[in-house]
Write a protein that binds this ligand. Structure first.
Ligand code: URA
Length: 187
């Protein structure tokens, strides 16, 4: 396991998969290094690639609003992605790209030791919760894995494309707030 400094430097120079050839910035992740709650998306989009920060484009604006509904914010949550470099044209990250990158995220989780991990969308849920995760049926459900409470929400991009998913997400957010109150005293 690497410490924060070594981990971030290694990620900044990473050439483990082809995404390094087209990236502008490695999007390492942001937030307090002792956060109780982590949000994990699938990979940087265009704005994230340009700015080097996760969830700063349109989906990120919606994520900020979702957090504020339940009194969370970037000040008290860590936000990251399954892959740290933008897949061209925002395609889903390939399995080989996820495999190349996932140990960096595992290292971040080991350093942060969050109480709760919230997957944003199907890709992150399939990678972190279970490979056959079905987001339409299983969003908002909670499972404990290695002492960490895990759940998935619809990806904010999916909510932008399909507002009919928003009421479900509102309920999932209220359940997340209850889970935070139950297990995460710090926020
Ligand atoms: N979508 C993601 O999954 N992650 C980001 O950082 C931005 C958009």
């Amino acid at each position: 396991m690497m410490d924060w400094k070594e981990l971030e430097e290694t990620c900044q120079h990473c050439t483990r998969c082809g995404l390094c050839e087209t990236r502008r910035h490695v999007v390492f992740g942001v937030g307090p290094k002792n956060a109780d709650v982590m949000f994990i998306g699938e990979g940087p989009g265009q704005q994230e690639d340009l700015q080097g920060e996760p969830f700063v484009g349109p989906a990120g604006q919606l994520l900020d609003e979702m957090l504020s509904i339940i009194d969370l914010s970037r000040e008290n949550c860590y936000i990251g992605n399954i892959v740290k470099c933008r897949p061209p044209r925002n395609r889903d990250p390939l399995q080989v790209e996820q495999d190349a990158c996932i140990d960096y995220l595992r290292n971040q989780v080991a350093l942060i030791q969050p109480k709760i991990i919230v997957c944003l969308g199907r890709i992150a849920a399939m990678r972190l919760i279970t490979p056959d995760f079905r987001i339409t049926r299983e969003h908002g459900q909670w499972t404990e894995k290695n002492g960490i409470w895990m759940s998935a929400l619809y990806h904010p991009s999916a909510l932008l494309r399909d507002p009919s998913k928003r009421p479900d997400t509102f309920r999932d957010l209220l359940a997340l707030r209850a889970k935070v109150a139950a297990v995460a005293a710090k926020v």
